[in-house]
Design a protein. Structure first.
Length: 127
């Protein structure tokens, strides 16, 4: 299913492509300047207000000094919300995996609000 919500822009597809390319500038272009991000992480709730803060938070989670590889992405529409899901392999001496689910409000061709749930970083399964 396409993730078009407003005037035909596939924000979910653009976000996924930017994530796969580790292009945080392109991720930022999917967000409105005044985006509000609220995330439930294993350590508790965190908030970011504005595009720069939201992109910085996402980059911090994903790059963590060693980079990441996207294992899976999906985007869909649930009612009037955009649902984004992605699973990444985090690099480093001991590879880890993390998955995030986000429900987003989209207005004027950009994501204006993000509610995100994170699995936390976990060791990769052998095999």
């Amino acid at each position: 299913m396409t993730s078009e919500l407003t005037s035909g822009r596939d924000i979910g597809g653009e976000f996924a492509a930017a994530l796969r390319a580790a292009d945080f500038g392109a991720i930022g272009r999917c967000l409105s300047p005044a985006v509000q991000l609220r995330a439930l992480l294993p350590g508790g709730m965190v908030d970011a207000a504005g595009r720069a803060a939201a992109v910085a938070m996402l980059a911090d989670w994903l790059e963590d000094g060693a980079g990441y590889t996207v294992l899976a992405t999906s985007s869909d529409v649930v009612g009037q919300r955009l649902h984004l899901s992605y699973r990444v392999r985090l690099g480093g001496d001991e590879p880890r995996v993390m998955e995030q689910q986000a429900y987003c409000d989209v207005t004027a061709d950009a994501i204006s609000s993000v509610r995100l749930l994170c699995s936390g970083e976990m060791p990769m399964r052998a095999g």
